[in-house]
Design a protein around this ligand. Sequence first.
Ligand code: HEM
Length: 520
Amino acid sequence: MASAPLNELYLAALTISIVFLTVLWYKLTSNISHEEESRLPPGPRGLPIVGFLPFLRPNLHHQLTELSQQYGPIYKLWLGSKLCVVLNSPSLAKEVVRDQDTVFANRDPPIAGLVATYGGLDIAFSPYGSYWRDMRKLFVREMLSNRNLESCYSLRRHEVRKTIRNVHTKFGNPIDIGELAFVTEMNVVMSMIFGSKFVEDMEKHRRDGTEFRDIVIKFLQELGKPNISDFFPMLARFDLQGIQKEMASLLKSVESILDPAINERMKILSNKREGEIQGNEKKDFIQILLELMEQKDIGISVDLVKIKAILLDIVIGGTDSTITTVEWVMTELLNNPEMMSKAQQELKDVVGMSNIVEESHLPELHDLDAVLKETLRLHPALPLLVPKRPSQSAVVGGYTIPEGTKVFLNVYAIHRDPHEWESPLAFQPERFLSRSTNLDFAGNNMKYLPFGSGRRICAGLPLAEKMVMLILASLLHSFDWKLPEGETVDLSEGFGLVIKKSERLFAIPTPRLPNFELYQ
Ligand code: HEM
């Protein structure tokens, strides 16, 4: 009995120490002034030190959308010592991607992302500034220029035709749509980067896209995992969950595929000296980049590490969002058979049953375009875009967002907002057929931002749009699709940076075109 007051004393001392340490912790780790703190947006309280971290659920975009119903269109969360602000309305989106775009064009990459990109040397994670500007310019103007994209159409066509031929050999059997899209997209991307011979060699050695698939999936899983190091930067050096170590090892695996291909191309290029390289020669991405590396007078210093960082954006980031989008479109069409028939009728009218789909047909496919847009409304590949970090304190929605805050633009919530969309949860592609709206991918209408908006809008948009449309149009024109017997469409979403389907989609193709030769 005598020890009871002593226990209470211990308890009191412990509580005082925890409170003291908590206050000290915030003082040491936070560079937010008292004045700024009083003007922060509202938000859930959370626990001392860890903040809202223990309450996070796997599907972050769902939870952040639910919280907006409770706290309004702008709210804050403390995740460990990291202040996060979530924006959930078109007018707040406008404030950050239009009115204050230079401040919010800065990024807040996760530590795993920095490990994966040699410290943020890629385009997506590099801070806003001259390095990012130069790299993005190089990517958009040199690699994805209209001329370049047109000149490598034959590569895209070749790989998509190969996929159609392949599906034809398996008709009547269930096909994993995600895997099909992955192999097609990966082969297209690899042939655009390294040339079609590289893809043929990979296939000869049975190193087709599937080999890469596991690495890409793991890469994105690690990137999407909540990491203590991000929430308590003071603990980053201990890598408590081993995420940074795992990421470094995944990067090595990717390099084991990229490095030999780059080295081989460097050898070929140096054997084929200046005079022999024709001005009008069709160049793949690696040749463009290696040539830029040799030019000293272009104002951009390109080296091998930067080249690999850019390739990672294309091979890992670009591929995954493209595949996920193809899989979601096919899922929605299988769930809405009348829309599938409408899109197929359009293909019959525009392409004809005795032809195959060409890229020149794509601008005529208005129904399919509307299906793609509606799918990206309901299932935006990056529901929270790539998080932003203002380069200086700013005022948004009347509240202060201090410099260094992690800012999520919750496109998922905006795309499903009942104040912005009629029947927001229904799949209604017709809403994109009216010419009076500017609901396109350019990010001008703040209620529809599947590729983001402003300076940091998706840099791969011209290629992404062509690829997704070409793969979908070819699959839908060449085959009818149905679910395996007794199966229903599963629309649930998995966890990650890119919202994937939680269950893989299997569908059974039946040839649609009368002429067998169109499958050869
Ligand atoms: C359907 C396919 C795709 C979707 C839905 C998509 C979507 C996005 C989104 C939402 C962002 C972030 C924008 C922001 O934070 O405001 C982004 C960034 C980016 N995307 Fe895509 N993307 C796709 C395909 C691609 C492809 C194929 C490539 C490369 C060939 C690519 C390259 C990039 C790059 C480099 C960035 C970073 C831009 C920057 O920070 O300046 N994307 N993408």
